[in-house]
Design a protein around this ligand. Structure first.
Ligand SMILES: Cc1cc2nc3c(=O)[nH]c(=O)nc-3n(C[C@H](O)[C@H](O)[C@H](O)COP(=O)(O)O)c2cc1C
Length: 168
C-alpha cells in the first residue's frame, strides 16, 4: 500500500478478535515508533509493550475511555520525559501515530487512547510503574480487527487556504 493509502484507510479499531500478535509484528510496530521525528532528535520516549492480559485488565479497569485495551492482543504505552525535549508532547504524538500506521499496514487494528493530562493519567502511571518525573502520553490498543468503522473527514477545500489564511 502507498503511504497515503495507509493513512487514509487507517481507522480507530476498538473491537478485536482473540488472535494474538507475533513477536515480529510487535517489533515492527515499536520500530515505527522509534523512527518518529522528534525535536532536536531528542527521542524523549519510552515504550511499554503491554503483553500480559492481567496487566491490561488492571489498566482497563481504571481507564475511562480505553476499556477496550483489555480485549486487545497488545497495548503499547508511550511515556515521555518532559525534561528531555523542547516538544515532548509533539514527539510522543509523532511516535504514537507512526505505530498506529504500522499496525494498520500489518493488517492489525489499533486505537490511540489519549492519557496525557486526563483524569486517568496519575492512576495509569501507577499501574504501569512509570517514574514520577515522566508523563504518560498515550496508550495504543492493538489487535486483529473485528469491526470496520467508516471514516469521516471534512473536505480538503474547507480547511486549506493558498498563500495566507482565509485566501482560497
Ligand atoms: C489525542 C487523541 C486521543 C484519543 N483518545 C481516544 C480515547 O481515549 N478513546 C478512544 O476510543 N479513542 C480515542 N482517540 C481516537 C479518536 O476518537 C479517533 O481518531 C477519531 O474519532 C477519528 O476516527 P479514526 O481514527 O477512525 O479516523 C483519540 C485520538 C487522538 C488523536
Amino acid at each position: 500500500m502507498d503511504i497515503l493509502e495507509v493513512i487514509k484507510t487507517r481507522r480507530s479499531i476498538r473491537k478485536y478478535t482473540p488472535d494474538s500478535i507475533s513477536e515480529q509484528e510487535i517489533n515492527k510496530i515499536l520500530e515505527a515508533g522509534r523512527w518518529a521525528p522528534s525535536a532536536d532528535n531528542s527521542q524523549p520516549w519510552k515504550f511499554v509493550a503491554l503483553r500480559d492480559p492481567e496487566g491490561r485488565k488492571r489498566l482497563a479497569d481504571i481507564l475511562t475511555w480505553g476499556k477496550f485495551v483489555s480485549q486487545a492482543a497488545l497495548g503499547i504505552a508511550v511515556a515521555i520525559n518532559p525534561k528531555a525535549s523542547e516538544c515532548p508532547v509533539e514527539d510522543g504524538a509523532a511516535a504514537t501515530q507512526n505505530m498506529l500506521l504500522e499496525a494498520h499496514s500489518l493488517g492489525l487494528g489499533a486505537c490511540w487512547i489519549g492519557i496525557y493530562g486526563s483524569e486517568d493519567e496519575a492512576s495509569a502511571k501507577k499501574v504501569l510503574n512509570i517514574p514520577e518525573d515522566e508523563r504518560l502520553l498515550s496508550i495504543i490498543a492493538i489487535g486483529h480487527p473485528a469491526e470496520t468503522p467508516r471514516g469521516m473527514r471534512r473536505r480538503l477545500a474547507e480547511l486549506t487556504f493558498i498563500d495566507e489564511y482565509g485566501k482560497r
